[in-house]
Design a protein around this ligand. Structure first.
Ligand code: PMP
Length: 398
């Protein structure tokens, strides 16, 4: 039965992890993963999460099946975060939101629904993008192409190229956009650039799919969600996937969502019914724990302010590490202008190092980043930063 099965390629980033774990260098540092570590290099358990869980344990509940679309209070809390709790679109009942298994699950439910709706449409993702975008939409049955995004020469975004690609795309093309904290480059569009993207999506009749995996990691919860308001203001129907993996440090609980903005409450009910079929035929209904934690935190004012403070703490620490890395590289004699590192948002930095330099970082110094030059700034701390900066400076000197 399986004699013709070929070996699938290893996930490049997970492969890097395996290599890191096998490395015996005591000074090794893993900057390959997309995970936030605190100032002590530990994966945090947020206090708001621990308190919500303590409350849940004090009054344990039986674990019945959840509704197909998840915990109602959770879906409502997601909508409040993404669209603004008082937004007209929510009052009008024009958003279908379903609980999903992480942000990945939200993307997959959306992809499967779109594939039924519009099987011949193409999907455009950014060049480069989160590794799984291409595979996920390809596996859902789409042809996936890329729109230009990273401008290596100018350390920024090839916005003209991106816009030209959108303006050349046929109607109904699905455009996957990173709402904030672009993974892997760290470069985000300005509000003025987003305005032009929104106009192009509208003029060409494209379908925007906003992937919001890092809300709150860039500038703030509302600031990072500002692009959603721009799409709403244009009167467009669009998709938003949400992930709480990073913002709640709940990676393993797989807490996410998909929201679909529709033209009317009637359309919303129909879309929701179709999303439920996708879920029902894939995994029937979602798990309880993580979503209950998030719903409790977001729905309890004291826990919610605690979360906002803890999220701000992660955001501020990442920014501080960006500044500290640039300062340490300068102090180590690197003369190139590295200010771009502080302009980037979110967990990642495209450091500008090439594959050979990244490989040298690994083999000579035990510093693990992705060959594309991507490093996870959220894994830097005051203890590992001197060694990382010294190693980066060494490979940059050649
Ligand atoms: N989209 C992007 C851009 C991401 O970086 C990630 C996670 N690294 C995801 C989606 C998936 O999030 P989750 O782990 O919640 O499935």
């Amino acid at each position: 039965l399986f004699s013709a099965v070929a070996m699938a390629p290893r996930d490049p980033i997970l492969g890097l992890n395996e290599q890191f774990n096998a490395d015996t260098n005591p000074a090794k540092v893993n900057l390959g993963v997309g995970v936030y570590y605190d100032e002590n290099g530990k994966l945090p358990l947020l206090r708001c999460v621990a308190e919500a869980e303590a409350g849940m344990q004090a009054a344990p509940k039986a674990r019945g099946y959840l509704p197909i679309d998840g915990i109602a209070a959770y879906d409502k809390a997601v909508q409040g975060l993404v669209f603004g709790a008082d937004s007209d679109i929510l009052k009008a009942g024009r958003v279908a939101t379903v609980q999903a298994i992480g942000g990945t699950g939200g993307l997959k439910i959306g992809a499967d629904f779109l594939q039924k709706l519009n099987p011949a449409a193409k999907v455009l993702i950014s060049d480069p993008s989160w590794e799984n975008h291409r595979a996920l939409f390809t596996n859902a049955g789409f042809t996936v192409d890329a729109y230009p995004y990273y401008d290596a020469e100018n350390r920024g975004i090839n916005f003209a190229g991106m816009l030209a690609a959108l303006n050349a795309a046929p109607a109904r093309t699905v455009v996957v956009l990173h709402a904030c904290c672009h993974n892997p480059t760290g470069y985000d569009l300005t509000a003025a650039q987003w305005e032009q993207v929104v106009a192009a999506v509208k003029a060409r009749g494209l379908v925007a799919f906003l992937d919001m995996a890092y809300q709150g990691f860039g500038e703030g919860i509302a600031e990072d969600g500002a692009v959603i308001q721009q799409f709403l203001a244009a009167g467009l129907d669009f998709f938003v996937s949400t992930s709480f993996s990073k913002s709640f440090s709940l990676y393993g609980e797989r807490v996410g969502a998909l929201s679909v903005v529709c033209a009317s409450a009637d359309e919303t009910a129909k879309v929701l019914s179709q999303l439920k079929i996708v879920i029902r035929t894939n995994y029937s209904n979602p798990p309880t724990h993580g979503a209950q934690v998030v719903a409790t935190v977001l729905g309890t004012p004291a826990l919610r302010s605690m979360w906002e403070e803890e999220l701000a703490g992660m955001r501020v620490r990442i920014k501080a590490m960006r500044g500290a890395l640039v300062a340490a590289l300068k102090a180590a004699g690197v003369t190139a202008d590295l200010e771009f590192v502080t302009r980037q948002k979110g967990m990642f930095s495209y450091s500008g190092l090439n594959a050979a330099q990244m490989q040298r970082l690994r083999s000579e110094f035990g510093i693990y980043g992705v060959d594309s030059g991507r490093i996870c700034v959220a894994a830097l701390n005051e203890k590992n930063l001197p060694a990382v900066a010294a190693a980066m400076a060494a490979v940059m000197r050649g």
